[in-house]
Ligand binder design. Structure first.
Ligand SMILES: Nc1nc2c(ncn2[C@@H]2O[C@H](COP(=O)(O)OP(=O)(O)OP(=O)(O)O)[C@@H](O)[C@H]2O)c(=O)[nH]1
Ligand SMILES: [Mg+2]
Length: 430
């Protein structure tokens, strides 16, 4: 991004595209007020408006016609999200109107913003730290209640670790520099130095591993319902989803394919999978359905093996949980007994909720992205290649370069490439 671009007045649609009750176009920069004044019916009110004031007015189209009645909110620098003059124009929630307002502002000199550019201004003007910027990005991206609650912690933990990796590498560098300045031998005193180096490597290794775990986190927890034909798998599936998704009938072999659907439990996204009852299949299609069901079962996080009065004695595999269904028929009371046809299904919901709570996929992640992990792997490789036997000046050079790369990730002397990367992860208008 060219430097003058970092100060040019920018505007963007800050609400998602599509129909809604209201939509908002936001503009920031030294010319925000004068540009907004060019498109509204009461420009003089805007010029004298105090920070925080709202003006009810019309936006005028190119030929002076009223395009929409809007609320204009003014924030005066430095008391605004970005630290600059900010104007927010709230229109009726038509994408066409809001886009037209943004285009009108652009025709009067505002530039349409790049993703994350408002936040970048806020950061540049000391309104937010990089850590806060990342927290906002993660909160906006959150697809579950838990991810939303965890966002602040996840980002804080990442920054804490990066900062301590930075500190230890700087301490190691200080030891080497002391050796260069005052030492008498060609080599550095290995004990303190190696300890610091190992500490840094361990922190970075943990971060890289967290990124790898995150890559494995598929964003949902899968629950497979398995068992012989006719035990009530599809009935339980429908009861959990609270709508009729899978066909239920008294004929064994009703479900021939596997069926999956999503639901939310305790704020987590759950994929529930109904499978074809396992039996010696009578045709090719059914065998394929059964095989697919077994694959889904192998990939599932939670496997519920369903029984009915005719199949109570089956043994659960180590990773399976037995759920006895149709207990209304034989009044079975041993273990977890439900009936898909009455309220006792709630006991299964409660069981799933507590099992899901124990899944720690969200909190173990540290919001390390793939490209951040890649950078950290490079730093690690550099640190692994250092030997205390080397020339102290060479070691110092490698440590300095490692510290710069770690520092960039926490916003210390970050270069243009890092900054563009950090902010481009955000959406336009943020
Ligand atoms: N009495 C009673 N009947 C049930 C219960 N659960 C299911 N059923 C009945 O059992 C029959 C089979 O139910 P499904 O849900 O189709 O069984 P399934 O395990 O999916 O069977 P397949 O798809 O053939 O493998 C249907 O007639 C259901 O109404 C239950 O808890 N109590
Ligand atoms: Mg079925």
């Amino acid at each position: 991004m060219p430097l003058n671009s970092l100060t040019h007045t920018i505007c963007a649609l800050s609400t998602p595209p599509g129909k809604s009750a209201l939509a908002m176009v936001r503009m920031t920069g030294a010319d925000a007020i004068s540009i907004a004044a060019k498109i509204i019916r009461e420009p003089e009110e805007l010029f004298v408006a105090q920070g925080g004031a709202t003006i009810y007015t019309d936006v005028l189209g190119k030929s002076g016609e009223a395009l929409d009645d809007v609320i204009v909110t003014v924030f005066r620098a430095p008391k605004s999200f970005t630290g600059e003059d900010v104007v927010e124009i709230t229109t009726h929630g038509s994408e066409l109107i809001a886009t037209e307002v943004a285009n009108l502002l652009a025709s009067h000199g505002a530039r349409l913003a790049e993703p994350g550019e408002f936040s970048r201004r806020a950061w540049m003007n000391g309104k937010m730290s990089l850590e806060e910027v990342e927290q906002i990005a993660l909160r906006v991206d959150a697809s579950s209640e838990q991810a939303l609650h965890n966002a602040a912690n996840v980002v804080r933990r990442k920054f804490e670790r990066l900062r301590s990796a930075y500190d230890t590498v700087i301490e190691a560098l200080a030891l080497v520099n002391a050796e260069i300045d005052f030492g008498e031998s060609d080599h550095i005193d290995a004990t303190g130095f190696t300890a610091k180096l190992d500490e840094t490597k361990q922190i970075l290794q943990d971060l890289v591993e967290a990124a790898e775990n995150k890559a494995l986190d598929k964003g949902y927890i899968s629950v497979a319902l398995v068992g012989p034909p006719n035990v009530g798998k599809s009935s339980i599936f429908n009861a959990l989803l609270r709508y009729e998704r899978s066909i239920v009938s008294h004929i064994p072999g009703t479900t021939r394919d596997y069926v999956e659907a999503y639901m939310a439990l305790h704020g987590r996204r759950i994929k529930v999978i109904d499978t074809a009852g396992i039996r010696s299949a009578s045709d090719e299609i059914e065998s394929r359905g059964i095989a697919l069901g077994s694959e889904a079962q192998q990939d599932a996080d939670i496997v519920l093996r369903i029984t009915d009065p005719a199949t109570r004695n089956v043994a659960a595999q180590p990773n399976e949980t037995l759920v006895h269904n149709k207990c209304d028929v034989d009044n079975f009371t041993n273990g977890s007994c439900i009936s898909a046809l009455d309220d006792s299904i709630e006991a299964l919901v409660t069981f799933l909720e507590s099992t899901i709570d124990a899944f720690d996929t969200g909190s173990s992640s540290l919001a390390i992205s793939g490209s951040e992990a890649e950078r950290l792997r490079n730093v690690l490789a550099k640190l692994w290649s250092i030997s205390p036997e080397e020339e102290p000046t060479l070691i110092a050079e490698q440590l300095r370069s490692a510290s710069e790369q770690i520092g960039e990730l926490v916003g210390l002397n970050a270069g243009e490439e890092s900054l563009s990367y950090i902010f481009s992860k955000m959406c336009i208008g943020k």
